[in-house]
Ligand binder design. Structure first.
Ligand code: MLT
Length: 323
């Protein structure tokens, strides 16, 4: 009798395992960790791209916001999860390229110890301020910051975040490395305080500030790109505004823990590419000022090369930046 029961159990478990394999990846929802508070640029891009990826995968991509430590808390959670394809993250220039120089004890190796999937969206950087700040253009803003640095409050999303990194580069160039800075769990919450006038300025990614700029609830001094953004044609570039040396663009991209099954990586890369080729998804991203990544950057190797390239670029400036 015992033998029969075990025999049936063994046969059943084999069949179930077989079903799982036959069903292939993914056979349950996929968690995408967003390492900042909801409403910020990384969350916005994750939800837009993840929405279409879910359709292709046939399983829901579930966004989980895990904030802290400039995004490294959430990325650590994702990169140390089981490499089964069911935990991935939407990280960015900060969490993958600035983090090694900012966090010596980083618990993940973004350069060689993660599984890049692909870039999800380029994000031009804007210098934005509360709408009633005295300065009305970049030149007068820079002059005021240099004259009375203590008078200004800057918002960012933690050491190593894009907002911290890009404004650190700006302050280094202006020779005002240390300003009063307020850290938030993401630039989504920081933007609320900028709109209400609690905070004076920040350097943020276009996708979360474009609508507020168009609505006139905050003001933009410049975009730190070579060309103006088609989404904000009236905002000058930093070159046009008199600060040509300040040029930097950020990006957000998907990665998972090293060792993920090839089937999972391939399915996620395919779903990302289908999302970025989908006209409606592209429009949502472009309307917010995002830059659609090239086909090469939407691949694990291409994205991995971008992470390495920008880490090398940022390292010298960030290594000794004031914390
Ligand atoms: C966010 O989503 O809040 C931003 O990406 C945070 C940052 O890096 O500035």
């Amino acid at each position: 009798m015992k033998k029969t029961v075990f025999g049936i159990a063994a046969a059943l478990s084999l069949a179930l395992a077989g079903t799982a394999v036959a069903q292939g990846y993914p056979n349950k929802p996929v968690t995408m960790i967003v390492p900042f508070a909801a409403g910020g640029p990384t969350d916005i891009i994750a939800r837009i791209v993840g929405d279409h990826m879910s359709k292709t995968l046939g399983q829901q991509i579930v966004i989980e916001n895990v904030a802290g430590a400039g995004g490294t808390t959430g990325i650590t959670r994702a990169m140390t999860a089981a490499p089964d394809g069911y935990t991935i993250a939407m990280g960015h220039l900060g969490t993958f390229s600035a983090a090694p120089a900012t966090y010596p004890g980083l618990k993940y190796d973004p350069l060689n110890g993660i599984q890049p999937i692909g870039l999800a969206g380029g994000t031009p950087i804007l210098i934005v301020a509360r709408k009633n700040l005295e300065a009305n253009d970049l030149k007068s803003f820079v002059a005021a910051i240099k004259a009375t640095p203590d008078k200004f409050n800057e918002a960012h999303a933690g050491l190593g975040s894009v907002s911290w990194t890009t404004c650190t580069l700006l302050k280094g160039q202006l020779g005002v490395p240390k300003l009063n800075a307020v850290a938030y769990r993401g630039t989504g919450p920081a933007l609320n305080d900028l709109v209400s006038g609690q905070i004076d300025f920040m350097c943020d990614q276009i996708v979360s500030v474009a609508e507020q700029i168009k609505a006139g609830t905050i003001k933009a001094f410049a975009v730190a790109s070579v060309q103006r953004s088609p989404a904000l044609p009236d905002v000058p570039t930093t070159t046009e505004a008199g600060l040509p040396e300040y040029q930097i663009e950020a990006w957000n991209g998907i990665a998972g823990p090293k060792g993920m099954p090839k089937e999972a990586v391939d399915k996620l890369v395919d779903a990302l590419n289908k999302a970025l080729n989908d006209e409606a998804t592209k429009k949502r991203l472009l309307d917010l000022g995002a830059v659609i990544p090239t086909a090469a950057d939407r691949t694990p190797d291409g994205f991995g090369a971008v992470i390495k390239r920008d880490a090398a670029k940022l390292d010298p400036a960030l290594k000794n930046a004031p914390r």
